[in-house]
Structure formats: structure tokens, C-alpha cells
Design a protein around this ligand. Structure first.
Ligand code: PLP
Length: 286
């Protein structure tokens, strides 16, 4: 039995029921965040909260209470569930009202739910590299908002899985955007290249963190669009997300990329990332 957060209350998971006319259920009208917990503490919390506030603003969705209070509640939730390592997931929908596309005329209560998933400390990491599929990006044009509407991501992720790949790298008319659950980086001639943070991609918290690491390590960065042909000819390719941190890509469909092994810049970033996580873990212990 696990405890979940329901608006401002902590209840048993079995008691967590959402109205069938909730707009999150009807339209995917809501936003979410997922963050990682190391040694009982949330990693990169402030960046996640800032992104949540931005998503809420973009959808004109009122948060039920301030993010400081939300952070306190999430902290309590982790403690209630005695979780050392894992994920916290939370979402906020516009609430329940008779189904109409337009926003409710009367203010209604938004619905916030949060839950945790305990994992091993290094769950989902694949430092040895993975295979991905290259697929069409069929999503809408506001991929910068972290909304519950993930059908384009879900379909591509499933197709990748059915092709024996761990994820898909998406492209719009030959321009690489991101993965279905992650951002994509490539390295060419010592330069780290990734799609700019515009409305075609979600500006991943891990993406932001990796760009900071690159600056710290003196690795040149170019935030620009690049084509699938450039991707296939890259010296290194890797994915970033809260779940996978930095994961080398060694194969795209039936083509080997990046010489078939994790490259030096990928490894440096991965090492720096892991060191920062270790420091975070020890800081919590202190
Ligand atoms: N892009 C998409 C489409 C995602 O769903 C995610 C994570 O869920 C990311 C990028 C990576 O974001 P983050 O680093 O904040 O986990």
C-alpha cells in the first residue's frame, strides 16, 4: 500500500479516484512533472518547479497552491512512503465539469495528484548504449509545454519498441527534434549540438543540466537544428532525461552510429553527471 498526494491531502493509493468528467481524462487538459529522488531528496527540484510554473502559464491553468508548498508536500510524500531512490510523478488537471472544449466559465478546482515509484539507485541507466528508431514527429506544435497530451509520443515509443529499439528519435521533415521521452544530442568535430529550446521540443531539465556540465567542462556547444543525415554521420549521439541521465546511442534502426561505442565527450559528460549525483547523495547524508 502506498500513500499518494491528492490536492493537499495524503491518502492511500486505493482511495485516489478521479471524476470521469475530469478534463485531464477527457482532453488531456493538464500538466505534469517527473523528477528523480536520490537518497530521499529531489534532484534539480527548482528547475522542475520553474518548468511547471511555465507550463501552467502557457495553458492558463491556475496551480492549486504555491510551488513552495507543493515541494513541502512532495517531500512529505517521499517520507510517508519511506522512499530512498526512485521517481516522484505529479500532475495537475483543469478539474471536473460537464464536457465542453472551452474553459469553464466559473472557476473550478484543479486536481493535483502525486505518487512515487521506488527504484534502484541506478535504474534506467544504460551507459553501454542503446538502439533507437528514427520516426516521424507527428506531435502538435507546442512540444515545449509538458502537457498530459502525449499520444504522439506514446505511438512513436510503442512503434520503436515493436522495432526492437529502446526509444525513437523523432524528426520533422528530416530535422531532428527530440526523443519520445528524452532530448537528443550529437557531437561533430568536438562540438556538442542539440535542437534549440523552442516550441518543437521540451526543454528537458536534464538537457539544461547537461548544457551546464558542458560549459563547466569547456566543451563547445551549438544549439541549432540538424538533419537526420547529420545525425547518422555524427561522431557521437546520446539521449538525456530524468530517467536515463546521459545514454549513448550506438544504433539507429539497422545502422551503426558513432562507431558503435560510447564516445569520449559522451563519457565525460556522463562521468561528470554521475559525480554530481554522488555529491548530491552525500550532501543529503551530511
Ligand atoms: N522530451 C520529452 C518529450 C520528454 O517526455 C522528456 C521527459 O519526460 C524529456 C524530453 C526530458 O526531460 P527531462 O530531462 O526534464 O526529464
Amino acid at each position: 500500500m502506498s500513500t499518494i498526494l491528492y490536492n493537499d491531502r495524503f491518502i492511500d493509493r486505493s482511495q485516489g479516484k478521479v471524476d470521469m468528467e475530469d478534463r485531464g481524462y477527457q482532453f488531456g487538459d493538464g500538466i505534469y512533472e517527473a523528477l528523480r529522488v536520490y537518497n530521499g531528496k529531489m534532484f534539480l527540484l527548482d528547475l522542475h518547479m520553474k518548468r511547471l510554473e511555465r507550463s501552467a502559464r502557457e495553458l492558463r491553468l491556475a496551480l492549486p497552491y504555491a510551488t513552495d508548498h507543493l515541494a513541502e508536500n512532495l517531500d512529505k510524500l517521499i517520507k510517508e512512503n519511506a522512499m530512498d531512490y526512485g521517481y516522484v510523478y505529479f500532475q495537475i488537471t483543469r478539474g471536473a465539469i460537464a464536457r465542453k472544449h472551452r474553459f469553464p466559465e466559473q472557476p473550478i478546482n484543479t486536481v493535483l495528484t502525486a505518487s512515487v515509484e521506488a527504484t534502484d539507485k541506478d535504474e534506467d541507466l544504460h551507459a553501454d548504449g542503446i538502439k533507437v528508431s528514427l520516426l516521424d514527429d507527428i506531435r502538435w506544435l507546442r512540444c515545449d509545454i509538458k502537457t498530459l497530451n502525449l499520444l504522439g509520443n506514446v505511438l512513436a515509443n510503442q512503434e520503436a519498441f515493436e522495432r526492437g529499439a529502446a526509444d525513437a528519435i523523432l524528426h520533422r521533415d528530416g530535422v531532428v527534434t527530440e526523443g519520445t521521452t528524452c532530448n537528443v544530442f550529437m557531437v561533430k568535430d568536438g562540438v556538442l549540438i542539440t535542437h534549440p529550446a523552442d516550441h518543437f521540443i521540451l526543454n528537458g531539465i536534464t538537457r539544461i543540466f547537461v548544457l551546464q556540465l558542458a560549459e563547466r567542462l569547456g566543451i563547445p556547444v551549438d544549439e541549432r537544428t540538424y538533419t537526420t543525415a547529420e545525425l547518422l554521420a555524427a561522431d557521437e549521439v546520446f539521449l538525456t532525461s530524468t530517467g536515463v541521465r546521459v545514454t549513448p546511442v550506438l544504433q539507429i534502426d539497422d545502422r551503426q552510429v558513432a562507431g558503435g561505442k560510447p564516445g569520449p565527450i559522451t563519457n565525460r559528460l556522463l562521468e561528470a553527471f554521475n559525480q554530481d549525483v554522488e555529491q548530491f547523495v552525500t550532501a543529503v547524508n551530511a
